[in-house]
Design a protein around this ligand. Structure first.
Ligand SMILES: [Zn+2]
Length: 281
């Protein structure tokens, strides 16, 4: 799940250009990515200037098994200051975007005897790294093209600090350490629910309200193969539900309140008639 809007906007200033580009070391699917730089005004290009230069956009085109998508990100001139020829292709998988079949079909359980293997441990390491690079607060294995039941999540003080206090309070959002769960099974606890906006790293640029249970319990296996149980409420419970949905081939857009769907830029605009208000039910 994507980090809240204010932070994600702020952090788009970070160079995310090498976020992906491994030719399938752990993923069965081939992903390639081409970087196209578009200089709108070369005259103000300043390699030494460390902050964001809005005159420069970098466009990435991702191709995944014959499916393609594209997104435009802005990069800081500081990164461009290193010039493209110096950019190293980093050894990380791509985030798969909506429309790729791997996001729309159920993932498979990880055989417990394989959890200790290099393959599975590498997948977990990659997922954590990709999540932190974007940054996000959760990621499911299908989002890097791997149809296995693995989720990772974490929420940090620094992420939360960039959201208004009243929003964090309403969402019951608190920091928590990295959680890795394999073959998770989610169960609601109680019937209370809440409506809040969500975003997804696989659905760039949009938000919508989704109703989620307030309290859940997740059982599964840790990365050490040992059984584990997580009890969560509030925002952490929401992240768990969002990530577990990915393992069923469900995106938040499959569950959203449709008339609340909007671009990130329009997030604060009024809701249409008939939409639920944000908050706990
Ligand atoms: Zn997601």
């Amino acid at each position: 799940m994507e980090v809240i809007r204010r932070l994600s906007q702020r952090l788009t200033l970070k160079p995310i250009a090498g976020e992906c580009f491994r030719l399938g070391r752990t993923t069965p699917f081939l992903h390639t990515k081409t970087l196209i730089l578009r200089f709108q005004n070369n005259s103000i290009f300043n390699p030494g200037f460390p902050s964001f230069n809005p005159a420069i956009n970098a466009k990435f085109i991702t191709t995944s098994r014959g499916f393609s998508s594209s997104s435009t990100v802005r990069t800081p001139s500081g990164w461009l200051g290193g010039l493209v020829k110096k950019r190293k292709v980093m050894d990380l998988p791509c985030i798969v975007k909506a429309g790729d079949p791997v996001l729309h079909q159920p993932a498979r359980e990880v055989p417990p005897e394989e959890i200790g293997s290099d393959r599975i441990q590498n997948i977990i390491d990659d997922m954590v790294e990709v999540m932190r690079k974007r940054p996000g607060v959760g990621l499911a294995a299908p989002q890097i093209g791997i149809p296995l039941k693995i989720i990772v999540l974490e929420d940090l003080k620094e992420y939360i600090a960039h959201a208004p206090e009243e929003e964090n309070k309403a969402q019951d959002r608190h920091p928590f350490d990295l959680l890795v769960v394999l073959n998770p099974k989610l169960r609601k606890k109680g019937n209370k629910s809440a409506f809040f906006y969500e975003g997804c790293l696989s659905v760039d640029g949009y938000r919508a309200m989704v109703e989620r249970f307030l309290d859940v319990e997740v059982t599964g296996l840790g990365r050490d193969g040992e059984p584990m149980k997580v009890e969560a409420s509030g925002w952490k419970a929401r992240i768990l539900q969002h990530e577990c949905d990915h393992l069923d081939g469900t995106l938040y857009v499959d569950k959203m309140v449709k008339r609340t769907f909007r671009t990130i830029e329009n997030l604060d605009l009024p809701l249409a008639n008939g939409c639920p208000k944000q908050g706990v039910r």
